[in-house]
Design a protein around this ligand. Structure first.
Ligand code: DHB
Length: 307
């Protein structure tokens, strides 16, 4: 399936359908399982400098066909304890992308060096968790702060750096420009959309943290719009994320401007078979529309139709 081989900043991937961060990324075994199920690469859970428990339960609320609401609070074992999982996934043959979060540019740079040392093929900076005090989108909604983080990480490592952007902003294109202008090799869009659930019966918010992030089918139109707008503003490759469940969803993201896509919520609702199903179906759609590679189809919906 050569049509699916995709290169981002000099790294080749066997296909453009990746395991998104935050799902199955806790262990080397689950990362390897997603890779062996056909993912083009697998992205770790977002890892910070020290162990972090996250928020109390309830942290997840399924919203039926719409998707999932969650506020986990970035629970993770800390970088020192996590690196063995990267090693385990790599020894099983997986191509691993390291997702990291920090409170300062220096923290991001330190985490980036540690992940690079463990052999990840690229980094994805979580600049977009929608509800963590002093972290995530509190940095990533501010183009200046975002830019400082990207510059620090770029100065610290040689592997490609992807900046994962938030949809919780009025101008995703400006964030992408700040990231690409500071040297990011790619931008990933989108992270979850700030959201909440309230129980009419209990008359209280459902999640312990009250506010959370929405993922899954309901956010696909939001993700598509962000990718579309970013494609019109920057030349850097875009990694499309948000509600991708079928091959058609992936194809829509590609023609909106994405060079690769990530799947998160659909892995939990449909299981690991989703990777082969989406990449096989994407290959068929590319062929049907006369594209000899994913690359040729990227942004096709922006171009005037040939008559
Ligand atoms: C969490 C982190 C995220 O980046 C996100 O989009 C949603 C939730 C979390 O750990 O809570």
């Amino acid at each position: 399936m050569d049509r699916l081989v995709t290169e981002i900043a000099g790294v080749r991937y066997r296909n453009p359908v990746l395991l998104a961060s935050g799902i199955w990324g806790e262990s080397g075994l689950s990362l390897a399982r997603a890779y062996n199920a056909g993912a083009g690469a697998v992205i770790t859970k977002s890892i910070g400098p020290v162990p972090r428990d996250g928020y109390p339960n309830p942290t997840v609320e399924p919203l039926g066909d719409w998707g999932l609401l969650n506020a986990m609070g970035l629970p993770n074992p800390g970088i020192e304890n996590y690196l063995k999982e990267v090693d385990e996934a790599r020894r099983a043959g997986a191509v691993v992308i390291g997702s990291i979060f920090g409170a300062t540019a220096e923290e991001f740079a330190r985490l980036a060096r540690a992940m690079e040392g463990a052999g990840v093929s690229s980094l994805e900076l979580n600049l977009s968790c929608p509800h963590a005090k002093g972290l995530g989108s509190e940095i990533g909604q501010d183009p200046h702060a975002l830019s400082e983080v990207v510059k620090a990480v770029k100065g610290a490592v040689r592997i490609p750096v992807w900046a994962k952007l938030t949809p919780n902003t009025h101008d995703p294109g400006a964030l992408a420009e700040a990231a690409a202008g500071s040297g990011a090799d790619a931008v990933s869009a989108i992270n979850t959309v700030r959201a909440m659930a309230i129980s009419a019966k209990a008359m209280r918010p459902v999640l312990a943290h009250k506010l959370g992030g929405l993922s899954g089918p309901a956010v696909k139109p939001i993700g598509l719009a962000c990718v579309w707008q970013i494609y019109e503003r920057v030349k850097a490759p875009i990694i499309g994320i948000g509600g991708i469940t079928t091959a058609e969803d992936a194809f829509e993201y590609v023609i909106a401007g994405a060079s690769m896509v990530e799947i998160g919520t659909a892995v939990s609702t449909r299981g690991e078979g989703v990777f082969r199903e989406v990449s096989k179906g994407l290959d068929a759609l590319l062929k049907e529309h006369g594209f000899s590679s994913v690359k040729d189809a990227v942004g096709a919906a922006h171009r005037e139709p040939v008559s």
